[in-house]
Design a binder for this molecule. Structure first.
Ligand SMILES: *Cc1c(COP(=O)(O)O)cnc(C)c1O
Length: 458
């Protein structure tokens, strides 16, 4: 017990201990993630094929499966210093409430205005766009965290930013929209009348409230038809996992300070960027045969890419304009049920994590949203932080694992990623508090509809 006491509530690193390199987990993978392929020819996409859409330096990072470490440019480290290192917190109060012998730690990424880990990659992507001499970038946002993070990053480097925000979110989350505008971004509800694809979708589906896939298609169109613009994406891509490795590198440095070895590492999985970042150095050790950890991805039962999807080539967007990626997918036409409030709505999963999952290096579980909000509420009341619904998927499984330890008496070290705060998700909390939240699990028939439409690639 006395030894226990030495571990502080928050393990902080000093500013100088912010990692100076990102770690590329692909360098240690024997089976590399499958390449992006051209939707027409099915040929792998190379540097020149991707140049009209993405920033040059980011394409190099995307395609590089071999370089283990990338220097983080000094300008990005300077920005990181404004909100990093993020704390690794020992959840003493939650442990006590659960009466568990397990030790629970969480890495908290909600300590910045955008309220999530997405800023770690947003600032990197804005930096490389600026360095290339571009005027601006375009992107889509659904719930709004990515758009907000990118607005902050673009304001910092003086870049123009055009965000296509899914119309239903634009109308339901006016405060997210205002944060983006405050940072200087222009925010357009999608589908809009500003793009060819937007006009087409509006004509075919009058009154539609939009989708992420449609917003991606609009953002890509604007980037490719305007001189000096490129498109950026906040999850799924290899480059995003690379930038997010900062989460895992800091976590490992903090744990090492107190000789804490995690038994399991848990993270929520939407497109896979926070989980991929959190686990990267630990997965590296596992891949090199140095250590073993249980690594658990948590996804919503209403959008179960890992646990019920297919490992296959699919479109990254519903508009079917983007390259094909090989990933666990529910099919690009899959749309989670309307009552799903907890984020993590993407139909596919990072190709890196997909390959690692296929090779048996990690596990995945799915959880239902009422049990996710129950965990969120318990966490808020004990640890004080109001968690994002996305993050609360990881909380759910961390609590479940800690309760198993109570049964067995095992003192396991549980580490999970607390990706963000839930201040903009209060409509979902309201539903839960009013007892109006329900669960929805798609049937095999439901999933078959979108899986049957997967592109045929041999
Ligand atoms: C976007 C987001 C996620 C899910 O995205 P990943 O790419 O899977 O990490 C999780 N938590 C928060 C708070 C987010 O904003």
């Amino acid at each position: 017990m006395s030894e226990e006491k030495k571990i502080p509530y928050k393990i902080y690193l000093s500013e100088n201990e912010i990692p100076k390199k990102w770690y590329n987990v692909r360098s240690d993978m024997k089976n590399k993630p499958a390449p992006l392929i051209n939707p027409g020819t099915h040929e792998p996409m190379g540097f020149d094929d991707l140049r009209p859409v993405f920033c040059d330096e980011l394409i190099k990072q995307e395609l590089d499966n071999d370089t283990a470490y990338f220097d983080i440019p000094a300008e990005i480290v300077d920005f990181y210093k404004m909100y990093r290192p993020s704390p690794l917190v020992r959840a003493y109060c939650l442990e006590k409430a659960l009466d568990t012998p397990a030790r629970i730690y969480y890495k908290f990424e909600g300590n910045n205005t955008s309220g999530s880990h997405k800023l770690n990659s947003a600032i990197a992507q804005a930096y490389y766009a600026k360095k290339q001499g571009l005027k601006g970038i375009t992107t889509e946002t659904g719930a709004g965290q990515w758009g907000t993070a990118l607005s902050m990053a673009c304001a910092y480097f003086g870049l123009d930013l055009k965000v296509f925000m899914v119309k239903v979110s634009y109308e339901q989350k006016p405060f997210r929209r205002e944060v983006m505008r405050t940072y200087g971004a222009s925010v357009t509800p999608s589908p809009s009348m500003e793009t060819q694809i937007g006009k087409k979708i509006n004509a075919e589906h009058p009154g539609t409230t939009g989708s992420l896939g449609c917003a991606i298609s609009e953002a890509v169109e604007v980037a490719t038809t305007n001189e000096g613009y490129r498109y950026v994406l906040g999850s799924v891509l290899n480059q995003v996992l690379l930038h997010q490795s900062i989460i895992g590198l800091e976590t490992k440095a903090a744990l090492d300070k107190y000789d804490i070895v995690p038994d399991m590492i848990i993270g929520c999985a939407g497109g896979g960027s926070n989980l991929g970042g959190l686990i990267s150095p630990f997965m590296g050790e596992k891949l090199r045969g140095e250590k073993d950890y249980r690594i658990i991805a948590v996804e919503p039962a209403s959008c179960p890419s890992f646990t019920r999807g297919k490992y296959a080539y699919d479109f990254c967007d519903t508009g079917m304009v983007c390259p094909l990626a090989k990933m666990y997918t529910l099919g690009s036409s899959f749309i989670p049920s309307a009552n799903h409030a907890g984020g993590l709505r993407y139909h596919g999963m990072s190709p890196v994590l997909s390959q690692l999952y296929a090779d048996g290096y990690m596990e995945a579980v799915s959880v239902e949203q009422t049990s996710v909000f129950e965990a969120a509420t318990q966490f808020a009341r004990t640890e004080g932080i109001l968690p994002a619904p996305e993050s609360s998927h990881a909380i759910r499984v961390a609590i479940d694992e800690a309760l198993k330890c109570k049964e067995t008496g095992e003192e396991k070290n549980i580490v999970f990623g607390l990706t963000g705060t839930g201040y903009f998700d209060l409509v979902a909390y309201q539903k839960y508090n009013d007892g109006e939240m329900t669960d929805f699990i798609p049937t095999d028939e439901d999933l078959k509809k979108s899986l049957d439409l997967l592109p045929k690639v041999d």
